[in-house]
Design a protein around this ligand. Structure first.
Ligand SMILES: C[S@@+](CC[C@H](N)C(=O)[O-])C[C@H]1O[C@@H](n2cnc3c(N)ncnc32)[C@H](O)[C@@H]1O
Length: 287
């Protein structure tokens, strides 16, 4: 039985790593991927030349190239992006991000055989210098430089990873997952391709708390917001009268909401929100 891996943040779902032994856990993971439309297991690579420090949480099943293209299209990957594929397998996602979209890529895998495959792929695809392949555990990797994160793991691994995504990724970072959702963090959109589902999210800014809103040409009032993932709601209190804040839409750090009968559109930067221009400029401060 492998030692339990200490996670930097408490998992929202209890980890069930290899409770029934590593081999059975791998077989279970493989059938879950296959049930979700994964490639046939016969497509896997030859016998291992080296063993990982601990068994992977999920076996290698490559994402079909058509699905890779969709994942990179839905996230609108471009030359300014840094794409992290967590559990990179043969490196196809980060190599394609670099080769077709001009992005930089970081592929992470725990299995030395996959690392060797990925590095070979990088070397033979002409993207050396733009793609880095790192051996390690995706649950402890520093994700902060990522602007796009790609996943093909398992539902429970996505949910286990979710707090770390919130802890480390900047608002506006795009996350895309082949086949598996993120539990109660609803996707911003889903796409079907080749019988697979691709889930897409944008990391939302944190807008929860008490804000003092100064509207254009108006008197400041208080707005309380509560937030779950990209959804938020709350109340605006003007002259002691509370009314619901409506139509909140949060995409990364861009926010639109209707408070006190006025629709405000702007950006969230830390403890400040602001928008509009000239006579219609508004701002809000948290705290
Ligand atoms: C289903 S494959 C996906 C490969 C690739 N991302 C793709 O979509 O084609 C999952 C990969 O995750 C790797 N993996 C499993 N657990 C891991 C962990 N804790 N840290 C890093 N990689 C892991 C496996 O070795 C495997 O290559």
């Amino acid at each position: 039985m492998p030692a339990a891996v200490a996670l930097p943040v408490p998992p929202l779902a209890a980890p069930r790593r290899h409770a029934r032994g590593p081999l059975l856990a791998l077989a279970t993971a493989a059938s879950a991927l296959a049930a979700a439309g994964g490639a046939p297991l016969a497509a896997q690579t030859p016998a291992p030349a080296a063993a990982p420090d601990r068994p992977p949480d999920v076996v290698f099943v490559p994402t079909p190239m058509e699905v890779v293209h969709t994942m990179l299209a839905v996230t609108r990957v471009g030359p300014r992006d840094v794409v992290y594929d967590l559990g990179c397998g043969d490196g196809r996602i980060v190599v394609t991000a670099a080769k077709r979209h001009g992005a930089r890529g970081v592929g992470v895998d725990i299995d030395p055989n996959r690392i060797a495959d990925s590095r070979h792929n990088v070397d033979t695809s002409g993207v050396k210098g733009r793609v880095e392949i790192r051996q390690g555990d995706l649950f402890t990797m520093d994700l902060r430089p990522a602007t796009v994160v790609t996943l093909y793991l398992l539902p429970r691994l996505n949910v286990q990873l979710r707090p770390r995504l919130y802890e480390q990724l900047r608002p506006g970072t795009r996350v895309v997952s082949h086949a598996f959702d993120m539990g109660d963090w609803e996707a911003d959109s889903t796409i079907s391709v080749e019988g697979r589902t691709v889930y897409y999210w944008v990391m939302p800014a944190n807008v929860a708390g008490r804000w003092t809103v100064t509207p254009a040409g108006g008197r400041p009032y208080t707005m309380e917001l509560e937030q779950q993932y990209q959804r938020a709601r709350g109340t605006a209190t003007v002259n002691g009268r509370a009314t619901p804040v409506q139509n909140v839409r949060l995409v990364g750090n861009r926010i639109t909401l209707t408070a006190n009968g006025v629709t405000l559109t702007g950006r969230v930067t830390g403890d400040t929100m602001s928008g509009g221009q000239g006579a219609s400029a508004w701002q809000a401060k948290r705290g």
